[in-house]
Design a protein around this ligand. Structure first.
Ligand SMILES: Cc1cc2nc3c(=O)[nH]c(=O)nc-3n(C[C@H](O)[C@H](O)[C@H](O)COP(=O)(O)OP(=O)(O)OC[C@H]3O[C@@H](n4cnc5c(N)ncnc54)[C@H](O)[C@@H]3O)c2cc1C
Length: 381
């Protein structure tokens, strides 16, 4: 299902092969250890950069390979299909989310400084929106970036931040004025070697065990005013512009992981026997699998339509929210049913389906919960 789709061409097929080669050489041999230690090695970032898999959409003038978002999509689909949700979320936040903010809204100096480093993996980027007191309601952020001469003084705390431990720079969502709601919000680039910045715990999670997810603390961190990304007070508009791409990325990773669960289940029910026949031979199994195949087919068709729209610059917030809502919910249904086919083995951590089940749960939460997706879709009615 991942290949031979009209949205991709021959060059994309070759790129997909290269991504598979990278996964086999750099992720597979290390993955169990990363899951155990709760974080990927820093080396993962530099090898990803060396293989050309970080920020593939960045133009050559900023040190990138000059690809398009379709290259990002292929990387996401393949790592998801390989079952490596943790390492995928690290790369995805950096390449699919953060790089877009800098590429589309950074000034020339910010682009020249950060993009080549992000492409090579020399610098890892995170984005810090969520706070202990607010997640879905982004207008409720309390972190502040107060002007003091040529500097901004950043204070506040953030939580659940992907790449928090490895980050060299964090795009911080903070209030730069007392203007109410969205108006006073700006994005500020904060380098993590500045005094007053502190990383909290690397958080223990249900799934995505090797993903780097942290609390971050900003205690009067001073940055130049030139570190504002986009217009001062325009942070909310930037977020609203960039979040659809993040949501499409999450829809794609749900598709890849759900497809993996389905393929594993098909293999298992062919070989597992009960009552003298293969589990596949029960009508219940075949019909359930038929339903899942139908769901997957519809999902791939819709995400491909969204990818094509995104390439034309025509992906709407509602399109991306529909993709994220439907694919992540479908992902949950698929992993649940596929685990059921494994019987008791499905509950054992040594079986991949067990991890796929745990990893799937967050897809309905981060990047905007399913409830928030419904809210956004309803606004387009
Ligand atoms: C593994 C992981 C990685 C993450 N990475 C990042 C990251 O890199 N950067 C970052 O900034 N954040 C990150 N997040 C945070 C994530 O985006 C938030 O957890 C998510 O947006 C939900 O916010 P919340 O947890 O505060 O839940 P809340 O907003 O408190 O929501 C609680 C419940 O209320 C519901 N709810 C809220 N508002 C409404 C409404 N208007 N109508 C109906 N129901 C509503 C929600 O849907 C949810 O069910 C990550 C989270 C996780 C788990």
């Amino acid at each position: 299902m991942l290949q031979h789709r009209a949205v991709y061409n021959e060059e994309h097929a070759m790129f997909r092969d290269a991504v598979r080669g990278f996964i086999a050489a750099e992720i597979t041999p290390n993955f169990a250890r990363w899951e155990e230690q709760g974080i990927v090695d820093r080396q993962y970032w530099t090898s990803g950069g060396a293989a050309g898999l970080l920020c593939p959409q960045v133009p050559e003038c900023y040190g990138g390979p000059g690809g398009s978002f379709l290259h990002n999509a292929i990387i996401g689909e393949e790592i998801a299909y390989a079952g490596y949700a943790g390492p995928l979320s690290d790369f995805s936040v950096h390449s699919d989310v953060c790089a877009g903010y800098i590429l589309h809204f950074g000034n020339e100096a910010q682009k020249q400084h950060w993009l080549p480093r992000m492409v090579s993996g020399a610098s890892v980027c995170a984005i810090a929106m969520t706070e202990p007191g607010t997640g879905s309601d982004l207008q409720g952020v309390r972190a502040r970036a107060v002007r003091n001469g040529d500097e901004l003084v950043v204070s506040g705390s953030k939580t659940f931040i992907s790449n928090g431990q490895h980050a060299d720079v964090v795009i911080v969502v903070a209030r730069t004025s007392d203007a109410p709601g969205a108006k006073g919000i700006s994005l500020v680039l904060v380098e993590t070697d500045r005094p007053g910045f502190r990383r909290g715990r690397n958080l223990d999670k249900l799934g995505h065990k090797s993903a780097d997810t942290s609390e971050l603390f900003f205690d009067e961190v001073r940055v130049p005013v030139g570190n504002i990304l986009g217009a001062e007070g325009g942070g909310f508009t930037v977020l609203m512009t960039e979040l659809p791409q993040e949501r499409l990325t999450l829809a794609l990773s749900s598709m890849g992981a759900a497809q993996r669960a389905f393929d594993l289940a098909c293999d298992y029910v062919r070989s597992r026997r009960a009552f003298g026949k293969a589990v596949m031979d029960f009508q219940n199994t075949r019909y359930k699998l038929a339903d899942l195949k139908a769901e997957l087919s519809v999902g791939w068709a819709f995400v491909d339509q969204c990818l094509a729209r995104h390439e034309r610059g025509a992906l709407t917030s509602a399109d991306a929210s529909i993709a994220k809502l439907w694919c992540s919910e479908m992902h949950g249904r698929v992993v649940d049913q596929c685990l059921q086919f494994f019987g008791g083995y499905g509950f054992m951590r040594e079986y991949e389906i067990c991890r796929l089940y745990a990893d799937a749960r967050v897809q309905r939460i981060y990047g905007g919960t399913s409830e928030i997706m419904r809210e956004l879709i309803s606004r387009s009615l």
